[in-house]
Unconditional design. Sequence first.
Length: 340
Amino acid sequence: MATVHAVVSTGIGAAKDVLQEKEIATPAVSGERDLVVRVKAVSVNPIDFKVRAGLLGPGERVLGYDASGVVEAVGSGVQLFAVGDEVFYAGDVTRPGSNSALHVVDERIVGRKPKNVSHGEAAAVPLVALTAWEGMLEGAGIAEDKAANAGKVMLVVAGAGGVGSMVIQLAKKVLGLTVVASASRPETAEFVKKMGADHVINHHKAYKEELAAHGLSGVDYVFNGIDLDLNFDQLVEVLNSCGKIIAITAGSNPEKIDATKLFFPKRGSLVWELMFARAMSGNEPERQHAILDRVAALIEGGELVSAVTHTDAFSAQALIAAHERQESGKMIGKSVLTLE
């Protein structure tokens, strides 16, 4: 049996206990729209340690939900790519992940790799770009119209994380919003400013008072990068009338999230973003292809940058370290592992 090298999570547990290098069966096309990709780089996200910790139940699996590489084989119905094309993508959490030398992915959730960046820089982008784009433009319905968005304010909670760093860039540079990012350490405050934030507040202090110190009475949009059960009431308090909160995780105490507080008198909205939803449900997955192609063009045009802060050669040890950084809650930007 032909095999390829991978790092496998052998079960539920700490990264140092369950992430191991193994030879696995060579991935092969299983659907007509599938690509087989020679992986050149991968990146780590919170979903990696959450799956490792049991989000999808027990069992051995390959993790990895960000990749950049080269198409090595295609399914019979592939229309968008050809062998030799450079691609980047986040993938599908219900299928084996990208932490292996070869990986299979549906072409409809794949974009062309930006030409002006390395595979490592490209691998750091897809999951966070899709999360940011879907949350703001699809979920919250924010128009890609800088003139219409002039004067509107977006609060990005946890702005120095992978998702936060991309939300700041898209909100400021593509949508034309005024961006307030939260950060609680000097190094994270510096990072969010580098990403384009107009103002920085400390999320360990009262949001309303922090915003007032910058002359802001409220915000029109919130992109919340932490568990919503930790700060929902504060977000409602600072949300302007008809404003929208975008959330990506509920937290362990969702009963604390009373959405009726958004009703009177604010008529506010709560929007959930789950990047894996389209691939899991088959609901217009090709929209992710279109988003990633657009993001690639924005990177090539200099409007967006990859927020890589750690790069290592691909190995179990390096992946363990990346998981541990992500779990620490102090990660700035993105960790990348290269297979080149």
